[in-house]
Structures are given as structure tokens and as C-alpha cells.
Design a protein around this ligand. Structure first.
Ligand SMILES: C[S@@+](CC[C@H](N)C(=O)[O-])C[C@H]1O[C@@H](n2cnc3c(N)ncnc32)[C@H](O)[C@@H]1O
Length: 317
């Protein structure tokens, strides 16, 4: 049964019809009674009374029936369907193929992701199942960007990823492609998700290239206030990080959730290190990048130098 907002009250057309019938009934009654009085005909007066009683009873029955229909919404179904059809037509128009429409944007995004995935698979072929892509996953364009950076790293470089998943596998495949002379360390707060990522690394024969660590969030005080970030045991030994991919902790864990990354790891970046920030289209990440760019780090300052889709890359120098 359709309910609000589509269930409309009893149609005003039906209500008007009812009023006309009742008014006509009264008019006939009045005429008959007046005629009876004027002509002194008790039969007509009695007939008028009967008609009046019949009209009142009919009115009562119709009111009860309509009230019942109004309460259970049955009467509004045809109106609801019409309203629904109007809404569907409106959505269809919004989805139309004109530039800027939802459909055009979706098509653009799908083609862009397909293109990036194809380039990734061409460059780093693998015939084993990857980590399932979800709404948490970085865009293929971001994964592609990371693999391009991995290609340029000096031998022996350390790559650190905050937040594991499909990107961990792409980083590992890129490391394998260059002979495994760089190492990947990935931190994740979720043991369950780490298991999914590890399984995909093993399936693709690159698990030995990644040190995937489960590190829970622990309280930390930064310039942004009291926050939670990966517990120190997960990153204490890190040094000379040449490529840092910041894709965790999830933004839902707190305001400016990823801000501590540079306060805690900034002094552990290698000269000329690249820091890649995902989800840089979000207000929090924009603010984080602004604050990081103002920090004086041992290796210099972080400056944005590249933007691809929703990813911003900064270089230390
Ligand atoms: C933004 S995700 C990291 C995604 C990863 N860098 C990638 O691009 O595939 C951040 C965190 O979300 C959590 N997470 C929970 N469910 C997930 C899922 N289905 N896919 C990816 N991450 C998930 C993981 O703990 C992960 O570290």
C-alpha cells in the first residue's frame, strides 16, 4: 500500500461530486416540502420528510466509506501512481545525456576507471584475483600514480602505506616488477581487513614483498588536539621513507584523522620523499594538506606538486 508522500487525501473531485448530490437532495426535499405546505398536501410533506431522511442516511454511509478509504490510503493509489510517474519522468530528465548530468558523469567515471585499470593490468599483469574493490578503495588512477612513483624510486627505498587494500597489491606488484629491491610496509587498524589483503598478496605471489602490520588506533596529542592514530609499535622502526601513501585511518575515526601522519612520521621521511594523500577532495584532507605545507620538517617543507582525480602528491624539499 502506498503511503505519504504519495498517499493523497480523498480526491477533491469526489468530494465535490458528493456535495452536489447532497445539495441536490436537499433542494428536491425543500421543493417537495414547500409544495406540500402551499398545496396543503400532507402526502407531499411526508414524502419530503422521507427523501430528507434518505439523503441524511446516504450521506452518513458515504462519509463512513470515504473516511475508511482515506484512513487506509486505498483511494489515493491512482493519484500516488500518477505522482510516482511524474517523479520518475523528472529523474529520467535529470539522468539525461546532456553534459554535467548524472549519467554523463557516471559514464565519464566508469571509462576513466576502466582506462586506469587497463593500464595497470597491462603494466603489471597478473592472472590471480586481486583485493575486491569497494567504496573504501582508492581510485584506479591513484593506484596507477603510486606504481609510477614506485618505478622512479632509488634502489633500497622504503614505501609506507597507511590503510591497506587493493593499493597494497599494486604497490607490491610494482615492487616485484623492479626486482623487489624496494620494500613495502602497510599499516592497518583492522585485523580482518588485513587478512583479506594478505590473502590477495599471497595469491599473487608477492606476500614476501610486503610487511603488513595490524596497528590499532591509540591516543596521541598533536597540533590538531587530542587524536587517535596508529599505535607506536606499528611505526616505531620506520626510517628513510621515500614514498608515503596516506589512505588511513578512515576519516570516520575523528576530525582531521590523518593529520598525525606527518607530525609522527615527518622526521622519518627520506630527502625528496613523496607523500601521496588520498581523498584530497574532502574538507578534512584539504585542511590537513594546508597545515602540513606550513610545517618546517628536518628535510624541508612539503609542497603539493601533482593532483590526479582526488589524490594530491606532495614533495619534501
Ligand atoms: C581507505 S581504506 C584503505 C584502502 C586501500 N588503501 C585501498 O585503496 O584499497 C582505509 C581502511 O578502511 C578499512 N576497511 C574496512 N573495510 C574495507 C574494505 N571493504 N575495503 C577497504 N578498506 C576497508 C581498512 O581497515 C583500511 O585500512
Amino acid at each position: 500500500m502506498l503511503r505519504a508522500p504519495y498517499a493523497e487525501p480523498m480526491s477533491s473531485r469526489r468530494f465535490r461530486q458528493l456535495l452536489v448530490i447532497v445539495a441536490a437532495g436537499f433542494a428536491v426535499t425543500v421543493i417537495v416540502v414547500v409544495w406540500g405546505l402551499v398545496s396543503d398536501l400532507p402526502v407531499l410533506i411526508a414524502a419530503g420528510g422521507l427523501v430528507l431522511a434518505a439523503v441524511v442516511v446516504a450521506l452518513l454511509i458515504v462519509t463512513i466509506v470515504l473516511l475508511g478509504r482515506l484512513l487506509d490510503g486505498r483511494d489515493s493509489a491512482p493519484n500516488a501512481v500518477r505522482a510516482l510517474k511524474r517523479d520518475v519522468a523528472r529523474v529520467h530528465r535529470a539522468l539525461g545525456s546532456e553534459p554535467g548530468s548524472l549519467q554523463a558523469r557516471l559514464r565519464h567515471d566508469v571509462l576513466r576507471d576502466a582506462q586506469a585499470l587497463r593500464t595497470l593490468h597491462d603494466a603489471l599483469p597478473s592472472d590471480r584475483e586481486h583485493v575486491p574493490l569497494t567504496s573504501y578503495s582508492a581510485l584506479p588512477a591513484t593506484a596507477l600514480l603510486l606504481t609510477e612513483y614506485v618505478r622512479e624510486l632509488p634502489s633500497g627505498a622504503t614505501i609506507v602505506e597507511l590503510g591497506s587494500g587493493a593499493t597494497t597489491l599494486w604497490l607490491a606488484l610494482a615492487a616485484q616488477r623492479r626486482g623487489g629491491d624496494v620494500r613495502v610496509i602497510s599499516l592497518d587498524t583492522s585485523a580482518e581487513w588485513a587478512t583479506v589483503t594478505r590473502a590477495a598478496l599471497a595469491r599473487n605471489g608477492v606476500d614476501a614483498l610486503v610487511d603488513l602490520r595490524v596497528a590499532e588506533l591509540a591516543p596521541v596529542t598533536t597540533a590538531a588536539g587530542d587524536q587517535n592514530w596508529y599505535e607506536e609499535a606499528g611505526w616505531r622502526d620506520l626510517a628513510d621513507i621515500a614514498l608515503l601513501f596516506v589512505d588511513g585511518p578512515p576519516g570516520s575515526t575523528g576530525e582531521l584523522a590523518r593529520f598525525p601522519a606527518i607530525e609522527l612520521l615527518g622526521a622519518r621521511l627520506a630527502p625528496g620523499a613523496i607523500v601521496v594523500v588520498d581523498d584530497a577532495d574532502r574538507d578534512d584532507e584539504r585542511e590537513i594538506i594546508r597545515r602540513w605545507s606550513e610545517l618546517e620538517l628536518p628535510g624541508g617543507r612539503l609542497s603539493p606538486f601533482e593532483q590526479r582525480e582526488r589524490t594530491v602528491s606532495l614533495r619534501l624539499g
